[in-house]
Design a protein around this ligand. Structure first.
Ligand code: UD2
Length: 318
């Protein structure tokens, strides 16, 4: 049994990690400032973990949170490409300054390893597909720049201080508990809710934009593997966390139509600033060095996700 600190523990990915760790019998501490995380995501597990309401920008709180911890899973962030286009300073504070605080605290507490929630946005709009880790990053949005900067800090803390770090470049993670209600929500969460309530979804662009949509269980498993893989295989390195398959927005709309029963058409709007056209990962390195496998494919993941949103809409006692 090891002790884990999950930053962003009340977020969609953080809360999924908390549950997986508790299920294995590990000890879990979590921090969240509820800027994007939600208490409801942790409702039935609050009593089984050491939860602290804290901001990653608070170094003292991070030092206390890292004390006695073996592994840090650093998920806390302000996600969203469009949000960062509107507020690049806010994105930089949470996504870069916050990460440096977590790293300093982890280094000083002699944590064994820090696993970081990096982003596929770091690759930018390079025409080469699939995207592999040896490619030159080419970030477009402030969010992508911040995520890449934090990745480089991860590498730097390994090289300068010997703190083992692993960055997982998440490719559009989706699944239960992803917030569907904000204009900045991930497209699958947003569309699932809209189509379940009969609201017309809008595709930004012509719908041929594609993503390597990755179900949450794959990301959870990648994090656990990134903690257990030998340091010689993964310390100071970056790995794609994805499925190796891309789906267009038009295809996601068609798939969701079948799953939600939505009868209407989709609306098309202008492309979003800072967006990437196509995203697809090469997962060879993660398979080779972390032992990563795709556990749940897109179709199965989407079915489970829609089922979960449906279950949330049932009246209590129904
Ligand atoms: C980026 C990263 C992702 C993660 C995420 C965090 C890429 C390729 N992916 O996701 O890994 O870090 O940021 O926020 O950079 N869209 C619509 N209609 C809507 C909402 C979105 O058409 O109502 C489009 C959007 O313009 C984009 C696609 O759907 O083309 C995916 O958008 P998203 O916000 O779900 O995720 P994305 O790709 O910005």
């Amino acid at each position: 049994m090891a002790k884990y600190l999950v930053t962003g523990a009340a977020g969609f990915i953080g809360s999924s990690l908390v549950r997986a760790l508790l299920e294995r019998g590990d000890e879990v501490r979590g921090v969240d400032n509820f800027s994007t995380g939600r208490r409801e995501n942790l409702t039935e597990v609050f009593g089984r973990m050491d939860f602290r309401e804290a901001d990653i920008l608070d170094l003292k709180a991070m030092q206390k949170a890292c004390a006695g911890v073996d592994y840090v899973l650093h998920q806390a962030a302000i996600p969203s490409v469009p949000k960062s286009v509107l507020d690049p300073r806010g994105s930089n504070r949470a996504n870069v300054d916050g990460t440096v605080n977590v790293l300093v605290a982890a280094r000083d507490a002699k944590v064994k390893r820090v696993v970081y929630a990096a982003s596929s946005s770091a690759y930018g709009d390079t025409p080469t597909l699939p995207k592999h880790e040896a490619m030159m990053p080419n970030p477009i949005s402030p969010y992508a720049v911040a995520k890449l900067a934090s990745e480089l800090y991860m590498v730097s803390f390994y090289r300068c201080y010997g703190l083992e770090t692993v960055s997982l470049r998440y490719f559009n993670i989706f699944g239960p508990r992803q917030d569907p209600s904000s204009p900045y929500s991930g497209v699958l969460a947003k569309f699932s809710l809209q189509m379940l309530v009969g609201e017309q979804p809008t595709i930004f662009g012509d719908g041929e934009t594609s993503r390597d949509f990755t179900y949450i269980d794959n990301a959870v498993s990648a994090n656990l593997l990134a903690c257990s893989a030998p340091g010689a295989e993964c310390a100071g390195r970056v790995f794609n966390c994805a499925t190796g398959r891309r789906i267009t927005l038009n295809e996601t709309f068609d798939a969701l139509k079948k799953l939600t029963g939505y009868k209407g058409a989709v609306k098309y709007g202008p492309e979003r600033s800072g967006d990437i056209k196509h995203s697809l990962a090469d997962i060879t390195q993660s398979q080779k060095h972390l032992g990563y496998k795709v556990l749940v494919d897109f179709e199965d993941g989407l079915r489970r996700t829609v089922e979960w949103y449906k279950s949330q809409r049932q009246p209590v006692g129904a």
